[in-house]
Write a protein that binds this ligand. Structure first.
Ligand code: ZN
Length: 433
């Protein structure tokens, strides 16, 4: 039986959701106009005032916010409430440039935790469950979000944070953890370590896991489900928008329901910024309609994916987003087709290769050339030419099926692709040089 945390809103008819969104959007735009001079200036430059925004249909009139705006406005420029009304900050890991610092009022924390509670409930959590939160705690939103959600559901929460893998396994066993929350790569690692210690899925009571904060493939999901003996659910979120729980997977495990009473999603063409019709692949843009302290309007996530409002077997009515295919920064257009390194990686993994590959794109006689060089793993290394050619053909066929265009695949000896600072350079686009 499907369980919901807030059934009335999670299963509300589409018209009702739009009504809520319109009402909240109108209020939010006034709030931002009055309290966030940075965004007000952007609106003025575009010639838009709060009077122009009467419903969700007017959303497209509003200016976008990007990561660059967040950097410009650091640290207080996008703050929508006096600091005395804020109760917490969280921050991104900030791999490049300034970190993003996001502010929360108690109201903002509540709505965020509600979103995480919806995700946990969709994964089967009740007040009889034990939720092991193995996401990092601290500035990172992963630990805090699922922790708060678990409290709301009334589950017994183990705030173990990340790391110390043997202790994680001991706690999961001794305290009978039923739901695990962490990054998918950490879940896979936990599974590996369990095997090493001689434990199988029957030795731990885990029944489900909520895994997010990094990209993972369907194959990885199947692996984790098998090793840990659980159902693995995806979750999506960004610190800029609150944290995990902006969207979450339900029992259908086919895309994530966006919490539309709090976040309005749009898909745009990343180059022209034009809003695309439902079902198109493009950049995901979010408007947080009721966050007070950090009220993002039309925030460009750079995640490329598509949305669908097809009826879902779980009974929820909120629109679903597919797992992001990649970042708009990573997207290559080869012979007019969108290609993401992550898609190529999936094909390689499916065929037992590691993610050591290089994509080389060039233009010869006005036609794009598309070469994929892949290292064989030490286990599969061979110098039998016939064998290598057969494997290259197989990869080329699988890539064609995934991408819709043909690539020239070359298999290389292990460790033949140069690494810089440990990481292989994935894409060499000679058309730009
Ligand atoms: Zn569903």
């Amino acid at each position: 039986m499907e369980r919901y945390y807030q059934e009335e809103i999670e299963c509300a008819p589409y018209e009702k959701i739009r009504e809520i969104q319109s009402e909240k959007l109108v209020k939010q735009v006034k709030h931002v106009w009055d309290n966030v001079p940075y965004y007000r200036k952007k609106m003025e430059e575009k010639g838009v005032t709060p009077d122009d925004i009467k419903s969700v249909d007017d959303l497209k009139k509003l200016p976008f916010l990007s990561k660059a705006d967040l950097r410009d406005a650091y640290p207080y420029g996008l703050l929508g409430m006096p600091l005395k009304d804020c109760v917490r900050i969280h921050s991104t890991s900030g791999t490049t440039g300034k970190r993003v610092v996001a502010y929360y009022t108690q109201h903002d924390i509540d709505l965020w935790e509600d979103c995480c509670a919806r995700a946990l409930t969709a994964a089967g959590a009740t007040n009889e469950d034990v939720v092991q939160v193995a996401y990092g705690y601290g500035l990172f939103t992963g630990g805090a979000g699922l922790h708060g959600g678990s409290h709301k559901v009334g589950s017994l929460t183990i705030p173990i944070s990340s790391g110390n893998t043997d202790r994680q396994i001991m706690f999961a066993m001794d305290l009978s953890a039923t739901i695990l929350c962490c990054t998918p790569s950490y879940a896979a690692y936990l599974g590996e370590r369990m095997k090493e210690l001689g434990y199988g899925p029957e030795d731990i009571p885990l029944k489900a896991g909520i895994f997010g904060a990094e990209a993972w493939s369907e194959e990885m999901r199947k692996d984790i489900e098998k090793t840990l003996g659980i159902k693995a659910f995806d979750i999506y979120g960004l610190t800029e928008l609150s944290g995990p729980g902006v969207a979450f997977e339900c029992s259908a495990q086919s895309g994530m329901h966006i919490n539309e009473d709090h976040f309005i999603a749009e898909i745009i063409d990343p180059d022209t910024e034009e809003v695309l019709p439902e079902g198109s692949v493009g950049e995901l843009v979010f408007t947080a309609v009721d966050k007070e302290a950090f009220p993002m309007i039309r925030y460009r996530t750079k995640d490329i994916c598509k949305l669908t409002r097809e009826k879902c077997s779980c009974g929820r009515t909120h629109i679903k987003m597919a797992k992001p295919m990649g970042r708009s920064d990573d997207m290559l257009i080869i012979r007019g087709v969108n290609v993401f390194p992550s898609q190529i990686e999936t094909v390689l993994m499916n065929n037992g290769y590691a993610a050591n590959y290089q994509i080389i794109v060039d233009r010869v006689n006005n036609t794009d050339t598309f070469d994929v060089q892949v290292e064989m793993t030490p286990e599969m290394f061979t110098d039998n030419i016939g064998e290598i050619e057969a494997r290259q053909r197989k990869l080329s066929d699988d890539l064609k099926a995934m991408l819709g265009i043909k690539a020239k695949v070359s298999l290389l000896a292990p460790k033949s692709i140069a690494r810089s600072e440990g990481k292989a350079v994935r894409v060499i686009d000679k058309r730009k040089i």
